[in-house]
Design a binder for this molecule. Structure first.
Ligand code: COA
Length: 331
């Protein structure tokens, strides 16, 4: 008698977006930019901005509740809650802890993950590992951000790029040798910490030439980040496909981190993937950091873009540098 291996499938997805839309036309009134420049160079038309008093934990809990509803599970069946975020309400308690309270997930362990825009893929990989090891049955993974709280709204290099939102997916134990999660890879490179960072967000104080503490705003070297993103996302996707015994020709849907349509196009080109096999929704939400992939995953499900047997690759890149990819056959 053959015993099928334990892997993970996705039993529920959800998303939550603030109501307020900030369009490129709105940004034209705030900084020296234009709708034409943002549309052509980045691919964003608008992004969502959290209301005063609307925090990361609120968006995360809303997305999680939707995922839980779709899965048909009850909150007390969740074994672990992982939240990828760079904008927690507070460093402690964690966002995961606040979500646990909101859902009433009384049996769940709780942990926030600091991997910037790769946070959801890091969480998904950890979820797969716990399930594959037979230690857990249902892991709720969330990517949630209120990026508007760490943006310098006078800096056109960064303020046009980011938005707020949350997405969630529940990874559940699944007995199969052929479908569910097939392979993953996580990567990082601490030699490039200066390319994308959030000064004054921890115990280290950053000052200007006069010794005055500078702001707590995202700083970025856009061109270099761009090149690193394309190279690492493409290589990571190829690696996980190879580990799963697949080639990019067999991919039905790539859900890449939504940072810039030109980054997405360049990654797709390296993988030789036609545009209809690449999910892109950056025009509507901008870069919601750890939330881009789970929001896109939720919309891919809503739009019927994933069918049983499809090969799905999720592929992320972020500050750190961090990156990661995961391949699964949709159940
Ligand atoms: N509006 C209008 N013009 C702008 C602008 C803006 N918001 N930002 C920069 N420009 C100008 C520059 O001043 C420059 O002008 P110049 O040619 O007169 O000197 C020109 O546009 C080109 O600037 P450059 O920085 O070379 O543009 P780019 O093509 O590299 O695009 C980014 C800039 C930031 C959009 C792009 O580098 C990028 O997306 N990088 C990755 C960022 C990212 O994804 N970060 C998160 C990773 S998780």
């Amino acid at each position: 008698m053959s015993v099928r291996k334990i892997t993970a499938n996705i039993s529920g997805v959800g998303k939550a977006l603030p109501e307020k839309r900030l369009t490129n036309a709105d940004l034209e009134k705030m900084v020296d930019t234009s709708d034409a420049w943002i549309s052509q160079r980045v691919g964003i038309k608008e992004r969502r901005i959290a209301a005063p008093g609307e925090y990361t934990s609120h968006l995360a809990a809303r997305a999680a509740a939707e995922a839980l509803k779709m899965s048909g599970l009850t909150a007390d069946q969740i074994d672990l809650i992982l939240v990828g975020t760079s904008t927690p309400d507070t460093v402690y308690p964690s966002v995961a802890c606040l979500v646990q309270k909101e859902l009433g997930a009384s049996h769940a362990g709780v942990l926030d993950i600091s991997a910037a825009c790769s946070g959801f893929v890091y969480g998904a990989s950890l979820a797969w590992g716990m399930i594959k090891a037979g230690l857990m049955k249902h892991v709720l993974v969330i990517g949630a951000e209120v990026n508007s709280s760490i943006i310098n709204w006078k800096d056109r290099d960064t303020c046009i790029l980011f938005g707020d939102g949350a997405g969630a997916a529940i990874f559940s134990a699944h007995h199969s040798d052929t479908d569910g999660v097939l392979a993953m890879k996580l990567g990082g490179d601490g030699n490039y910490t200066d390319l994308l960072s959030l000064p004054n967000s921890g115990c280290r104080v950053f000052t200007d030439a006069d010794g005055v503490q500078t702001g707590r705003f995202t700083t970025m070297q856009g061109n270099e980040v761009f090149k690193q993103a394309v190279r690492n996302m493409a290589e990571c996707a190829v690696y996980v496909l190879d580990r799963a015994g697949l080639t990019s020709k067999e991919v039905d849907l790539l859900i890449p981190h939504q940072a810039n349509t030109r980054i997405i196009d360049a990654v797709a080109k390296r993988l030789d993937l036609p545009s209809e096999k690449v999910f892109v929704n950056i025009a509507n939400y901008g870069n919601t950091s750890a939330a881009t992939i789970p929001i896109a995953l939720c919309e891919a499900v809503e739009q019927g873009r994933l069918n049983t047997g499809d090969v799905l690759v999720i592929d992320a890149f972020g500050a750190g540098l961090t990156w990661g990819a995961l391949v699964m056959r949709w159940v």
